[in-house]
Design a protein around this ligand. Structure first.
Ligand SMILES: NC(=O)c1ccc[n+]([C@@H]2O[C@H](COP(=O)([O-])OP(=O)(O)OC[C@H]3O[C@@H](n4cnc5c(N)ncnc54)[C@H](OP(=O)(O)O)[C@@H]3O)[C@@H](O)[C@H]2O)c1
Length: 470
């Protein structure tokens, strides 16, 4: 069977495509800059590690299709390859220059390399964002639109696939939106809320592999989304409900000044949860064009009431589930800096049904677990105290349990074991800074938990383990 050359294989979508290819027995040549260091997928995978855009800069005319660069990293890359699925992209908060270099020039470079190697089938993964009416302030959308143009002019047997927002465990979009949804006051951006129609990552991965093998899609553009449409505001409220167990206060912010403020923050090197460029997704609809849209999979949107996964008729069980969800949300932010995906939360909940020793039984343990549920900051304080002075405590056990679940779940390896791009000196400096900034939290944590710990011991309320978690 011909191999599939898959770029962006280590990314959020790429990893699911690899898993699906392994399930179908499709051999893959996987390209990214850094192959993942843990949890490699099964199947016939050959890894290539280099920058798809190389050192190409400025305009790279398509006329240069047959010119081989002096040191050609592509030599051998197409051995046995029958089709290319091009996912690699600078995504999220990357600078505009990187969007252009990787998404536009990188795609042109890949097209040239495929043409040189005689590989004709080329599926390009773009984004629904290329249809936003004004792309001037949206460098990612601009670069993808330019790349689509290059693909259409390539003379290859191309298909362009435009996914809507992709959701699933480890989704970068859900992580960013969850950071917004977890703020004490929910920021609602702009006037009329945009609608979106997210697609589940596994359904998208399967569709992409289907499209590669569908000759009827050659020369066409397909949009791929899920079955449910929601407004951005509704999505933020549902995420908030899931994270904090309640909807809470919201504040409507005008888009213009916010775009300006975010632009300034980015210029001085601060990384806000969304960039000025990404704000366009809050005002423009990201739903399928019915003419070229394919609805795939089940809806990946969180349930409207935040409790659909709670067994019916068990209000007490529902409360417990919500508390454990909040706890998992806080602790995951402390451990890996992002909220957990639904499968991680489900495993965390299931572990609480099975494992003994996860019920707080003393005043001290209840105070620690209660603090951890409030917000990642008190969770960090409580964890720092427990790590030094209460290693056997319930909070410590819960933290280790969640870390083990995150470590063994798809989508979280990158945040845990990814090599640091800052180099050794940068990493030591960053760790030092992090240690310094943790000192005030540690001091406050000690001021709160030392007296509670002492009082709890004096009152001897520990005794036999009681289920405070209902
Ligand atoms: N996620 C979404 O919601 C969404 C929605 C619509 C469209 N899409 C499109 O779907 C595709 C996959 O998205 P994703 O969410 O999986 O993105 P992602 O998680 O950010 O992954 C990007 C992938 O591209 C690789 N990459 C980036 N720069 C590269 C370079 N210069 N050379 C070689 N490889 C490079 C990355 O690997 P290294 O970092 O290891 O190099 C990684 O494997 C993208 O084209 C994106 O535009 C995504």
């Amino acid at each position: 069977m011909d191999r599939l050359l898959l770029t962006g294989a280590s990314g959020f979508v790429g990893r699911r495509v690899l898993a699906e290819a392994a399930r179908r027995g499709v051999p893959v040549t996987a390209l990214c800059r850094r192959p993942p260091s843990g949890g490699r997928p099964v199947g016939d995978v050959r890894w290539l590690a280099f920058d798809v855009a190389g050192d190409v800069s400025g305009e790279a005319p398509l006329g240069g299709l047959l010119e081989a660069p002096p040191e050609d990293p592509w030599v051998g890359a197409f051995d046995g390859v029958g089709a290319v699925l091009h996912l690699a992209a600078a995504t999220g908060a990357a600078p505009a220059s990187e969007h252009r270099r990787v998404n536009e020039e990188g795609t042109r470079r890949l097209l040239r390399a495929a043409a040189r190697a005689g590989v004709e089938r080329f599926v390009f993964v773009s984004t629904i964002g290329v249809r936003f009416p004004d792309l001037r302030g949206y460098p990612y959308g601009r670069s993808k639109a330019a790349a689509e143009g290059a693909v259409r002019e390539s003379g290859l047997r191309w298909t362009v696939v435009r996914p809507t927002a992709v959701f699933g465990d480890g989704s970068p979009i859900v992580a960013s939106l969850s950071r917004l949804a977890g703020l004490p006051v929910l920021p609602l951006l702009g006037g009329a809320p945009a609608r979106l129609q997210p697609v589940a990552v596994d359904a998208l991965a399967a569709t992409l592999l289907d499209v590669v093998g569908q000759p009827e899609t050659v020369g066409g553009t397909i949009e791929v989304g899920g079955p449910e449409i929601a407004t951005m505001e509704e999505l933020l409220r549902r995420l908030r409900q899931r994270l904090r167990g309640r909807r809470g206060p919201a504040l409507r912010l005008p888009l213009g000044p916010l775009t300006l403020a975010l632009g300034v923050l980015e210029r001085v090197g601060v990384r806000p949860p969304v960039t000025a460029g990404q704000l366009v997704s809050f005002v423009e609809d990201g739903v399928l064009d019915p003419e070229i849209g394919r609805v795939v999979g089940e809806t990946p949107l969180p349930p409207a009431d935040g409790s659909a996964d709670v067994p019916a008729g068990r209000a007490r069980g529902g409360d417990r589930s919500r508390r454990l969800r909040r706890e998992a949300g806080s602790l995951s932010r402390v451990l890996v800096g992002s909220p957990p995906g639904e499968p991680v939360v489900a495993r965390y909940l299931a572990a609480h049904e099975r494992l003994p020793g996860l019920m707080p039984s003393s005043l001290f343990e209840r105070a620690q677990v209660g603090a951890a549920r409030l917000h990642p900051w008190p969770a960090r304080m409580a964890d720092a105290y427990a790590a030094l002075l209460a290693r056997e405590s319930v909070l410590r056990r819960k933290t280790v349990l969640l870390l083990a679940i995150l470590e063994s779940s798809a989508g979280h390896h990158r945040s845990i074991d990814r090599p640091d791009a800052r180099g050794r000196l940068g990493t030591v400096a960053a760790l030092g800074l992090r240690g310094l900034s943790a000192l005030p939290l540690l001091a406050v944590g000690f001021a709160i938990f030392v007296p509670v710990h002492l009082l709890s011991t004096l009152l001897s309320v520990s005794g036999p383990r009681r289920g405070v978690d209902p």
